[in-house]
Ligand binder design. Structure first.
Ligand code: CMC
Length: 428
């Protein structure tokens, strides 16, 4: 028997269907409500609104569960790697050896950027943030491969395998090329004999380290960070990607837009903000306790804490917390700010303010400390989040392209002026 909910407005009853997800989450379907009643629903910030049905990622925020295509994040973190996970997200299944080989081949094929894309990103002001560079670079890339970025949905779906591999490959090359250019260093071409992360690290740093390769623990730690960031259902940037895709835009434009949405400090920019916060606390001589008090008074925000969906420990933060210890030990690096992070966590988790609001460390709390230990400058942290999140955005682009029927177009409650007459300039 299909379930329904009854809504009563001004003595009129409306029967609304109930949708049940595969994990038994339930939603009231209001898609016909306006047509039938002239009412719309209102949900500032969409915290209670399901914008779509999706088969990519499942989160149970109360229990701290995250699954990609049904696989628990902890198991993937332990047994899989970023490229396998890319395939899983993009196509719904873990790859066979042949499928993985094909994806690797495609990614290698596209690893060196066309000259016109290089000159576009290098022409941006030297003060441009790496996220601005990535977003522009992706649009330029779509321009350089017009056959993959047609805005003709049928053609863009046919060419999706190449477009997705090109974008996944290029996020890395754009970041590395721009970093080298900005520091007056020659570009290091891609080396297809290396794995995805090894190759990226080599494109960024190899002549600096004077080594042809990086320690395995370094590329493994980066691979883990990418894997843990690879998707997170309908967050701000992914919803942006889906919104752009719903209008029929190609994957390059959709991912470029998602990159901009990720940039802000409440979303992907939090990993940079965490490091800034920890440095400030360290420099002020505080062990973290004073900062927690000021966060409780609303004078500051404990960056890397809290989440719209998780009302429990973010499972990614749990994995990164132990990876952080391992990476620092393997690299032989000590980090004073790691001590502060631990203290902040300890104090906050015992404090009624954080307990009542169910605020726990999120993915960004420890990721920045690892990235810093790996040698990445702070202003590249958010772009590293973007590189990790790219397969997720692309999986959602593909889902919309294959199943989406409607352009996304929310409504609003207008609260502005009522009709008024134009006053000529001379009378104002
Ligand atoms: N520090 C101190 N208080 C906080 C924090 C925090 N980090 N986060 C939430 N609160 C308080 C907030 O002031 C509010 O208190 P009150 O009820 O007294 O007004 C209450 O908790 C609910 O907060 P909210 O802002 O309504 O929650 P939200 O779901 O809208 O925001 C969030 C979620 C992630 C934007 C927010 O927790 C935050 O700003 N955290 C810090 C930034 C951060 O780490 N962002 C990365 C998120 S994980 C990566 C990603 O997926 O993008």
């Amino acid at each position: 028997m299909s379930k329904s909910a009854d809504l009563r407005i001004n003595d009129q009853s409306y029967s609304l269907d109930i949708i049940t997800g595969t994990e038994q989450e339930q939603a009231i379907d209001v898609s016909n409500l306006r047509k039938e009643s002239k009412f719309i629903t209102f949900d500032d910030g969409y915290g209670n609104t399901g914008s779509c049905e999706s088969s990519v990622t499942y989160i149970d925020g109360d229990s701290g569960i995250l699954r990609y295509r049904g696989y628990d994040i902890t198991e993937l973190a332990e047994k899989s790697n970023f490229l396998e996970t890319c395939h899983l997200l993009l196509y719904g299944e873990l790859p066979t050896a042949d499928e993985l080989g094909l994806l690797e081949q495609r990614i290698s094929k596209f690893a060196n950027l066309p000259d016109e894309v290089l000159s576009t990103i290098n022409a941006l002001p030297s003060s441009a943030h790496p996220m601005a560079v990535l977003s522009c670079g992706l649009q330029a890339l779509g321009g350089a491969f017009p056959e993959l970025a047609t805005n003709d949905r049928k053609k863009d779906i046919e060419n999706f395998d190449d477009a997705a591999a090109l974008i996944i490959s290029a996020t890395r090359s754009i970041t590395a090329s721009r970093y080298r250019h900005q520091h007056g260093k020659p570009i290091i071409p891609s080396d297809s004999s290396k794995g995805y992360c090894d190759n990226f690290l080599s494109m960024m740093f190899s002549s600096e380290t004077g080594q042809s390769g990086v320690p395995e623990q370094v590329s493994n730690a980066l691979d883990l960070i990418f894997l843990l960031h690879a998707d997170h259902e309908q967050n701000c940037s992914t919803s942006t990607c889906r919104m752009i895709a719903s209008g029929g835009a190609n994957p390059f434009a959709s991912v470029a837009g998602a990159t901009s949405a990720l940039w802000g400090p409440l979303h992907g920019g939090a990993n940079m903000a965490v490091i800034r916060m920890l440095n400030e606390i360290h420099e002020s001589g505080d062990d973290g306790s004073r900062f927690v008090e000021s966060a409780k008074l609303g004078k500051s925000r404990l960056m890397g804490f809290g989440h719209r969906v998780y009302r429990n420990y973010d499972p990614r933060a749990k994995i990164l917390k132990s990876a952080c210890d391992d990476a620092l030990e393997a690299l032989g690096v000590s980090s004073p700010i790691l001590e502060i992070a631990r203290k902040l966590e300890e104090v906050a988790l015992q404090d009624p303010y954080f307990i009542q609001r169910k605020l726990y460390p999120n993915v960004d709390f420890y990721s920045g400390i690892i990235l810093q230990a790996l040698g990445f400058p702070t202003d590249t942290f958010t772009v590293l989040f973007a590189i990790g999140r790219t397969p997720g955005w692309l999986a959602h682009w593909r889902e919309i392209a294959l199943t989406g029927k409607k352009i996304h177009r929310p409504r609003q409650i207008y609260q502005g002026s009522n009709l008024r007459s134009y006053t000529p300039l001379s009378e104002r």
